[in-house]
Design a protein around this ligand. Structure first.
Ligand code: NAD
Length: 467
């Protein structure tokens, strides 16, 4: 029996449309409405994670070659945080809101009700399989939805584990997992969903959006892109190199907000490269290949793609560059002399290779960024406030971080999302709750109001026209 079939059978059904009907029937019972029920499911989600930390660590080590520490720091902590945050705040987030008092409308008690959208679909990528699947699920549960989860086929150990655990911990009539690749996801996308949250690459995003347009399913897209880092020579160089290299090598660069390339003043380039090399030697004293703190590339095709970019670069590899096809290892690599049309500048790298682009000044760096799609993240390393403001005020990006990388994804209270080609809509915390919530406008107009509102009824005679 294929993993897809077995996942479907977890819900006691045998086709994708039956899974959807099964979840719809669960939703229609109305049991997701009480806050107490949502809290109970959020707590169960938190225990699903907490009880199984070693199993998740083993699964992610098997799928990504990732160290247990990196899994805790970059994935488990944040996902557990999403479930716990939603548990504590769901009552507050779900409260109806009245609108500002107005003499014309107050008697009708205009109110915004926070209602679930219904049955929602979450499609997630391979790189942070838990955080990008179970994090949004916390928001979907908090908002009172039923939910179908579609993890990535590139993380088979994680995806099998989540398919096993979800029906054990969560209400199986409301939450289900389907494991599968393109054929299965294509079928799932033929159905109407009350909301789809898609996280992944821009090419697949347009396939998802096209399919969703046919069923008028609303979509949030969390995508990627080429996130730049701008370096000011006034920066604290050691700190800059350490934080920048960490953002590039964590998860072997397979992070949506990883710094994709760096813009450095030409006069500062040699010092900057030296500092980056020192950091990489500190991170992996025996070399990254023998280090158990460094991940592998997820698949043979992603390995071949990144290696191809590296083979075709016209820049100079000044550090790293070695690869091992069998183990899908790509060494942390620094490349200088990279021009705007280099192979490394044509697509999101999504691997541990850092192109370094020399610029004359900050104006050229800003122009370089603005000549490309709005990135998911932008990084500025500087101790000069005017420099930081200049870069941020004159560019656009999903997020902008000064003097660090990638941690914004985990910062409580900040929305996480892109702009334009790097994504539409956002998630984490209350923003996930909002994504999966319908703002339902309500009024209750008492009969007495017709004393002052009867002018709206025909016939529109001369007296009414004077109004
Ligand atoms: P991907 O787009 O290849 O796959 C994502 C999901 O889409 C998977 O579940 C996959 O099964 C499904 N899928 C693949 N092809 C499909 C098709 N033809 N039709 C329907 N579904 C299909 O992405 P990936 O390689 O797993 O992840 C890497 C990308 O995700 C990068 O671009 C990265 O920047 C982005 N990403 C974005 C965020 C964010 O929050 N903005 C987070 C992580 C990753």
């Amino acid at each position: 029996m294929s993993s897809t079939t077995s996942a479907i059978l977890n819900t006691g059904t045998s086709s994708f449309s039956q899974v959807r009907s099964h979840l719809k029937n669960g939703f229609k019972t109305g049991r997701t409405r009480p806050i107490q029920f949502r809290k109970q499911q959020l707590l169960a989600l938190a225990y699903l994670i907490k009880d199984n930390i070693p199993r998740f660590q083993r699964a992610l080590a098997s799928d990504l070659g990732r160290s247990d520490t990196e899994t805790i720091v970059l994935e488990i902590g944040g996902t557990l945080g999403e479930a716990v945050d939603a548990y504590h705040n769901v009552a507050k987030w779900s409260k109806h809101e009245s609108v500002p008092w107005s003499v014309n409308w107050f008697a009708m008690k205009p109110t915004i009700r926070k209602e679930p959208k219904g049955v929602v679909l979450i499609i997630s990528p391979f790189n942070y399989p838990m955080w990008l699947l179970l994090g949004p699920l916390a928001g979907a549960i908090a908002a009172g939805n039923a939910c179908l989860l579609k993890p990535s086929e590139l993380t088979p150990a994680f995806s099998a584990l989540v398919a096993e655990l979800v029906p054990k911990y969560l209400d199986p009539e409301l939450y289900a997992v389907i494991n599968g690749a393109i054929p299965e996801t294509t079928k799932v996308l033929e159905l109407q969903w009350d909301h789809i949250m898609y996280t992944g690459g821009p090419r697949v995003a347009s396939i998802v959006l096209t399919a969703a347009a046919k069923t008028l399913s609303p979509v949030t897209t969390e995508l990627g892109g080429k996130s730049p880092a701008v370096i000011d020579p006034s920066c604290d160089l050691k700190l800059t190199a350490r934080r920048l290299m960490w953002g590039k090598v964590a998860n072997a660069g397979q992070t949506c907000v990883a710094p994709d390339y760096v813009l450095v003043p030409k006069s500062f380039l040699d010092q900057f490269v030296r500092a980056c090399k020192d950091v990489l030697k500190d991170f992996y004293p025996e070399g990254a290949e023998s280090s158990d703190s460094f991940c592998r590339i997820i698949s043979a095709s992603h390995f071949a793609r990144i290696k191809g970019l590296l083979d075709r670069t016209e820049g100079q590899i000044v550090y790293g560059g070695s690869t091992n096809e069998e183990t899908k290892f790509i060494e942390p690599t620094l490349v200088t002399g990279v021009n705007a049309d280099d192979s490394l500048m044509r697509e999101e790298i999504f691997g541990p290779v850092l192109p370094i682009v020399g610029v004359d000044d900050v104006d050229e760096a800003i122009e370089f960024i603005n000549a490309r799609d709005h990135p998911l993240a932008l990084y500025v390393f500087s101790t000069n406030s005017a420099f930081k403001s200049k870069v941020i005020d004159n560019t656009q990006s999903g997020s902008a971080v000064m003097n660090d990388t990638i941690i914004q994804a985990l910062a409580e209270g900040l929305p996480f999302g892109g702009i334009g080609p790097s994504g539409s809509g956002c998630n984490t915390g209350k923003f996930s709750f909002d994504t999966f919530t319908h703002l339902r406008s309500t009024l209750d107009n008492p009969g007495i109001m017709d004393y002052i509102m009867s002018f709206r009824y025909p016939p529109y005679n001369a007296n009414k026209r004077k109004l």
